[in-house]
Every structure is written in C-alpha cells, then in structure tokens.
Design a protein around this ligand. Structure first.
Ligand code: ADP
Ligand code: MG
Length: 606
C-alpha cells in the first residue's frame, strides 16, 4: 500500500507514456467501434460548437426591426433545440459504442494477467501477498476504465472544442478573440496542473490522517477490556485527541489549497471573459459586430470553461490511473524464473526412472539447502527419503516437480534432463500430495474432481475408496456437497490429506510423490491407506517422504537425509545392520510407539 502510494506521487512522464503505449494494442481489437466512437465524439462537439451560432442568429433576428422576420428566430430556435439534443444524443451513442471497447480491453488484460501470474514461479508467489496482487489487478483495470472515460469523454473533447472554437473565432472575427482564448486556456491549464501537483502531498497527508484516526479509534475500542484493566481511558482519549488535531489541521490545509486552486481558476476565467467582452462591446459599438456576435463570444467562453472546471480532479485521477496501469503492466513484464527451453521436448515416461545426480541447491545464494545429492528410483520402484525436519526433504520434491531449477548437477527422468522438457509434459506425469494441502473453497466433490476435471462419478468414487474417504463422506449430512471452507479450514488435517490423496490418484500420473502425506492421520488409518496405496504403487515410480519410519519399511531404497546431505542409503534391513543414524532413529520411534501400550498394560495391572 505504502510503496504503491509513493509511486503514484512520483511523476514520471515516461512511465505514463509507457502505460498508454502498452494499452494501445488492446484497443485495436474493435477498430470499427473506436472509429465510430471518435466520429460521434466529433459530431457531438460539432453540434455543441454550433449552439452559440444558433443563439447569435436568434438574438440578431430579434434585434432587427424588420416585421416579417418572426419566422427566422423560430427557425433558429428549432435548430437551437435540435443542436442541444444532438450534443447529448451523440455523446450517449459514443459512450455506448466505446463502452464495449473499454470493457473488452479490461477483460483481455485481466485474463492475460491472471494467466501470467499462474506462469510465474513459486518463489514469486511465496514472497507476495495474494490479497495485494488481487488489489493491483483491480486497481489497474479500474485505472483503464477511468483513463478511457476521461481521456475520451473529457480531455480529448475539450481539446477538440478549444481548437474548433479558436478556429471559428479566428476565421469569423478578429484574431484577438482567438488569442485571448488560447492564452486563457493555457494559463488555466498550467495553473491547475502546477497547483494540483503541489496539492498531491496535502491530499495524501489528509487521507493518511483520516486513516490513522480511524485505525486508532477502532484499535482502542477493540482493546476495550485492556483499556479498562489498566484504567487508561484518559490516556486513550489524549492520543485520539492528538490524532484528531492532526486530522483537523490536514483538513484545513486541504481546504486552503483547494480555495487557492478555485480562486486562481476563477481569476483566469473572469479576466479573460472581461477582456473578451470588452473587446466585443467595443466591436459592437464600432459596428463591426452585431449583438448576436457578442452573445456568441460570451457563450463560447462559458462553454469552454465548464469542462475545464474538472481539470484539477481529472488530472490527478488520470495520473493515478496511469501509475496503477503501469504498475499492473510491470507485473505482466515480470519474467518467470522457470522457463521452457526454446527446443524443449516432451517427456517420454517409459516407466519413469528418476535420477538425482550430484544435485546442489539453495533457495537463496547465501544458504545452501541441498549438497551433492545422488540417488535413483528405478522405474516402478518405491524410494523413501527420511530425515529430520528442515533436512531438505520437501525441497527434493519441489526440485523434481521443477518449481525451482537445481544449482548444480541434474535431475533426469528416463535419462532426460528435466530442464530440457516442457513444464507441461513434466508436470502432467507427476502427481504430488504436498505436505500442507490447501483446498479450494468449494465442496468435497469439486476438490477431488480437481485431479481430473473430466472424470466420471465412478472414477471419483473409486479414488475416494482408495483414499479411505468414503466412510467420512457417508457420515456427512450433505455428503460430497459439503463445503470445505476457505483453504479447507472446515475439514480436519487428516481429512484434508485424504482428499489430496484421492485427487492425486484421480490424476493417475506415472510418478507419484507423497510428502508426509499421511502425517496427520492416526496409525490405523495410515496403515489402511498405505496398504491401498502400495497396490496402486506397484505400477508407478514412487517417491515417499516420511517422518514415521514404520510407513516406509517396504521401500526398495531408503535415502537418509541430514542437513541437506545423503548420510545413509539402503533398504530397511541394510540400514538397521549399519547401526547408523537410521537405526538409532528407528529405535527411538519404536520405543515411542510402544510407550502408550506399556502405559496401558501398567494401568490394567494396577
Ligand atoms: N521458499 C523458501 N525460501 C527459502 N528457504 C526455504 C524455502 N522453503 C524452504 N526453505 C528452507 O529450506 C530448508 C529445507 O526445507 P524443507 O525441504 O521444507 O525441509 P523438510 O525436510 O522439513 O521438508 C528449511 O531450513 C527451510 O527453512
Ligand atoms: Mg517437508
């Protein structure tokens, strides 16, 4: 919020220009509509510029003493009405036609950004607040809407009108009129822009004070109990008073600067109108102009300054919109760290033999997580990785899925370096049950079906059975339709894990990765699921990351990891014989597992 706010006050014109340029292609989708909208914009402005002409003729007709002339003002009165109607009508048509263009651009950019965010690497997402990103998108697309509305419906029409009026005055009357108008407009715009820039800080301060006062009051009231416990009512009131004083002063400064802006603008308008009217009055009395001409000149001045009145506001908002748009496009400009090579090939699974060859990796340069890791999982076999928390086990799974690229060494599947493959083909061959499963805020059915959205109900029920979920679901009053809550917070950890297993089984990939996938389950449910899984795993290459060693005794190979290094490797029996880390871990866990039973039997004896 803060950093973003700062970027809006820094006025880099080149950034604004970049933002406008990046928008252009999105508006070219409906070339015809853009052209039509511009045409109606021109028509609306022509109509509005003609209005003072009609007025001039009405006044002149009424002013003359000829008798049969009554017809003329009626004609021009009719025209006057038509022109007024035309101004509004053409404007409406222009809005209707162009609305679609803006919305389509917002649609396209929003979608592109969404797809792009999914393309960016995990690291990017882990280091950003999702809520903030959603706000950036919303601000950016709203910025487009605002920019288009005011560019097309305020800035460009006004500029057009100024040019038209200047030309009319220049060709029909003396050049002085055109000159006065031009000078007035330039002075007016310059003054408004300069003062608005100056006011930006004051407006921001005012908003900040507003926020602060509010937050302060809410925080104080939320802590009602604490305030009472410490008898600090007066202290709280004093602080609030201080905030309110700041707020009051900020408002006063804002009002003052607003007054300066408004009166400066009024001064320019008054001075130029006086000059114009003096000139016109002189020309009328000299017989060079009619009374109608004087009315016309006056009407043009009034007509011109009405839209300019909003200039300060529009200018500020457009600057803000441009900054928001630029910010949004900078998100689009972010390159994902993991990219397909230009000549990336498709993965040929062929059983799915996996090799880690001397792999070293660190999330950041200054801290190595994995050092010189080598092991292999022969096609269709099951290999387990065990080790203390923080050893780098989950990191191995993330590297295999290519959320990150290795720093040294390589990972191959069926002898193909995974960096030479398309991410799509690699990832579709690997199923992962992550350590911390997050669910979509939808029902259980949706979350399981996510593994293969086109799966039939039968397939889903089969996966549910394998993951030992059917008993849980049958107990729910709403069954599969039960909502799991945001991030799946309304189901227990074990249930969440089983949903994650079911949807991975539904995907049915050649390679399966379980990252402590049953850690939240009690031992008996875990055993039941593991039995079911071991049948499935027969035909799959499987990587199991486990904390409880009893779950992986049947693995074809066990890799013991400690502080990012492979310290032991072998089958369960081999590792026990070695009497190393694995065997002491095994002893420890066996003892822990026995303890409850011992306690229970002791209780029975007494
Ligand atoms: N995205 C990340 N950025 C920086 N460090 C990380 C990141 N993810 C994990 N780590 C660190 O890497 C180490 C290994 O993590 P991990 O592979 O998750 O361990 P575990 O063996 O418990 O699964 C930990 O010390 C952890 O703090
Ligand atoms: Mg882990």
């Amino acid at each position: 919020m803060r950093g973003h706010g700062d970027s809006t006050t820094k006025n880099s014109w080149s950034g604004d220009w970049t933002a406008i340029k990046s928008l252009v292609p999105y508006f070219m989708e409906f070339k015809g509509r853009v052209f039509l909208a511009l045409l109606f914009l021109l028509l609306a402005k022509l109509a509005s510029v003609m209005i003072p002409f009609a007025m001039k003729h009405i006044v002149d007709a009424l002013d003359s003493n000829q008798t049969q002339i009554v017809v003329v003002p009626i004609l021009f009165l009719g025209l006057y009405g038509l022109l007024r109607l035309g101004t509004i009508l053409f404007g409406e048509i222009r809005d209707t036609i162009f609305g679609r263009v803006t919305e389509r651009a917002m649609h396209r950019i929003g979608l592109k950004l969404f797809q792009h965010l999914h393309k960016l690497d995990l690291d990017f997402h882990l280091s950003r607040r999702t809520g903030g990103m959603a706000r950036d998108i919303e601000r950016g697309t709203n910025g487009i809407n605002f920019l288009m509305r005011f560019m097309l419906f305020n800035i460009i029409p006004t500029l057009l009108e100024i040019s038209l009026i200047t030309i009319i005055l220049f060709t029909n009357y003396s050049a002085w009129y055109a000159l006065i108008i031009l000078i007035a407009v330039i002075l007016y715009i310059a003054y408004s822009v300069i003062l608005t820039e100056k006011r930006t800080d004051i407006v921001r301060q005012m908003n900040e004070m507003d926020n602060q006062t509010n937050t302060r009051a809410i925080d104080s009231l939320l802590n009602f109990e604490t305030v009472k416990y410490f008898g600090n009512e007066d202290y709280e009131a004093r602080q609030y008073d201080q905030n309110l004083t700041g707020w009051e002063n900020a408002r006063a400064r804002n009002r003052l600067s607003m007054a300066a802006l408004n009166s400066g603008q009024a001064f320019v308008i008054a001075a130029s109108i006086t000059a114009m009217m003096t000139l016109a009055a002189y020309d009328v009395s000299a017989g060079k102009m009619t009374l109608g001409d004087l009315v016309l000149v006056n009407a043009y001045m009034m007509q011109l300054f009405i839209p300019l009145n909003f200039l300060g506001f529009v200018y500020r908002e457009i600057k803000k919109s441009l900054a928001d748009i630029e910010h949004m496009f900078s998100l689009l400009g972010k390159e994902p760290k993991i990219k397909d090579e230009p000549d990336a090939g498709e993965l040929v699974l062929n059983g799915g033999e996996i090799r880690f060859e001397n792999v070293s990796f660190g999330y950041k340069e200054d801290r190595q997580i994995l050092s010189d890791i080598s092991f292999e999982i022969p096609a269709g076999k099951k290999v387990a990785v065990v080790g203390p928390s923080g050893a780098g086990k989950s990191t191995i799974a993330r590297l295999l899925f290519r959320f990150y690229d290795v720093d040294e060494g390589r990972i191959t599947i069926n002898r193909q370096d995974i960096r030479s493959l398309t991410q799509q083909s690699l990832r579709s061959a690997i199923g992962v049950v992550p350590q911390d499963t997050v669910l979509f805020n939808n029902n259980i059915y949706y979350n399981i079906a996510y593994g293969r959205p086109e799966a039939s109900k039968d397939d889903i029920e089969k996966a549910t059975q394998l993951a030992h979920l059917e008993q849980f679901i049958s107990k729910l009053p709403e069954g599969y339709d039960t909502l799991v809550g945001e991030r799946g917070l309304k189901v227990s950890g074990g249930e969440k894990q089983r949903i994650a297993i079911a949807r991975m089984l539904l995907k049915n990939p050649g390679i399966m990765v379980f990252d402590e996938a049953t850690s939240s389950l009690d031992s008996s449910s875990e055993q039941a699921i593991l039995e079911a899984l071991s049948e499935v795993a027969e035909s799959h290459t499987t990587l199991v990351i486990a904390h409880r060693l009893s779950t992986i005794v049947d693995a074809d190979n066990i890799v013991v990891l400690d502080q990012g290094r492979v310290v032991e490797q072998g089958t369960h029996v081999e590792l026990l014989e070695k009497q190393g880390i694995y065997s002491s871990l095994w002893e420890l866990q066996q003892r822990e597992a026995r303890q409850p039973d011992e306690l229970l039997s002791m209780a029975n004896i007494s």
